[in-house]
Design a binder for this molecule. Structure first.
Ligand code: GAL
Length: 429
């Protein structure tokens, strides 16, 4: 059993220092000193550190402070979209017995290792206490539950990963119908070629995790939902010819992307579409808030459709929050989880984040057109689990996929599909 990392003796000195930090505005992302916290703080670890993601987190923190005025929200996260920098950093904090009180994690397989290592606490009792079991969709409860029926996190929202964003003016100027839907990756590639010849960046992408995101949608668009799901339960072989075809597609699609991808996180890749430098981008629907922020209207200023070949499927992920083991104040953390799960918290947060609330019993009248589209898809379409965002595989497998992708794409368009395929097969164990 791990030792409790904070002693009560440290707390008295800490209080004064926290006041100083707070007075200096020091409790901003990545700067919080968790060991300086008191019983009335909750240190919240996310990677929502900039732009619209931070605005969403701030909105949730505002609700928290209203609901629990005696407890202080401490923003204790790091930067790096998709949690790209967070996972290693968090792991070292957990190993060094300096964990945040609660951390952002994706519902699904991503939780497995944290549970096995004893870093997170079973919060099923809170589901009973706050009546949560019936207000979240059954699919989500299943994703969150372990085989022995325990639940280790509380979801704030549901995102769709397989969304393609496009700039209609760029498409029209290049003879492409902005209302076109791509039934297959082949049809999509034909238009990417057209745009390339016109000297436009056909598809924008960013650093490795966004490439893994793209890979996921190309796998889904090539294999279809059943065979894609089979990659995670072992019924689809990673070495099959279908997967080879999907990886060939990925290689072709990647050849139509911007070369400065390693310098961009998702907001910078999305901005290429907003500014008309690129025609398309494939990203989860947190990107909708970047279009909103640029005052663009769905259907006029931008287009959002299912990624090529994935219509009829909702590629699912859910952000959720844990209660970490061995923390100073489980009570303060419970208060945070209560806010995350509350109607008011879910509405305020999701309005900004672009996702749909995890709760099914919230007032939908304030939803945007995009949110209504996503909700309809979630209710009617086949649901599959996101690879890049922790729903489908544990952290170690995703790390191996990311390393393989980095190597493949880093070979400057000369990536060896067969070596890539073997590395992906190996990642699945
Ligand atoms: C995902 C997360 C989203 C969003 C995105 C980009 O993993 O679930 O909420 O934050 O990363 O950073």
């Amino acid at each position: 059993m791990r030792v409790t990392r904070r002693t009560t003796a440290a707390v008295a000195t800490a209080t004064a220092l926290v006041m100083t930090l707070a007075a200096c505005g020091g409790a901003s992302s990545g700067e919080a000193e968790p060991s300086l916290r008191t019983h009335t703080d909750v240190g919240v670890y996310t990677w929502w550190a900039a732009g619209v993601e931070k605005t969403g987190l701030d909105a949730l923190a505002d609700v928290f402070e209203k609901q629990h005025p005696d407890i202080r929200f401490v923003n204790d996260g790091v930067t790096g979209g998709g949690g790209s920098a967070a996972k290693d950093h968090l792991q070292s904090r957990l190993e060094n017995q300096d964990p945040p009180d609660t951390f952002l994690v994706h519902a699904g397989a991503e939780l497995d290792d944290y549970i096995a290592d004893g870093y997170v606490v079973d919060v099923s009792d809170l589901y009973k206490k706050y009546g949560l079991t019936d207000v979240f969709p059954k699919d989500l409860i299943d994703q969150l539950s372990t085989e022995d029926g325990k639940i280790y996190s509380v979801p704030s929202n549901i995102h769709r990963a397989n969304v393609m964003w496009a700039n209609p003016s760029v498409l029209e100027a290049n003879g492409i119908d902005p209302s076109a839907r791509y039934e297959s990756i082949d049809a999509f590639i034909a238009d990417l070629e057209k745009l390339d010849q016109a000297g436009i960046t056909p598809l924008s992408v960013g650093t490795t995790w966004t490439q893994v995101h793209l890979l996921e949608t190309v796998l889904l668009g090539t294999l279809g939902p059943d065979a894609y799901n089979g990659l995670w339960d072992g019924s689809t072989s990673w070495t099959s010819p279908e997967v080879t075809a999907a990886l060939e597609n990925f290689k072709t699609v990647m050849s139509f992307t911007n070369e400065d991808r390693e310098e961009r996180d998702w907001p910078e890749a999305t901005k290429m579409v907003i500014g008309g430098e690129a025609a398309f981008n494939i990203m989860g629907d947190w990107a909708v808030s970047a279009f909103d922020e640029a005052d663009m209207t769905l259907g006029e200023g931008y287009v959002a459709v299912a990624a090529p070949g994935t219509a009829g499927t909702f590629d699912f992920l859910a952000d959720s929050f844990t209660m970490t083991a061995d923390i100073l104040s489980p009570e303060s953390t419970e208060a945070w989880l209560e806010t995350v799960s509350s109607k008011e918290g879910q509405v305020a947060f999701n309005k900004i984040k672009g996702s749909i609330p995890a709760r099914t019993d919230v007032d939908r009248s304030g939803f945007t057109d995009y949110q209504r589209m996503a909700l309809k898809s979630f209710e009617e379409d086949a649901i599959v689990s996101s690879l890049a965002h922790g729903a489908a595989v544990p952290v170690a497998q995703l790390n191996a996929v990311s390393d393989a992708t980095l190597k493949f794409v880093g070979a400057n368009g000369h990536g060896d599909v067969s070596a890539f395929q073997s590395a992906l097969a190996a990642s699945a164990g």
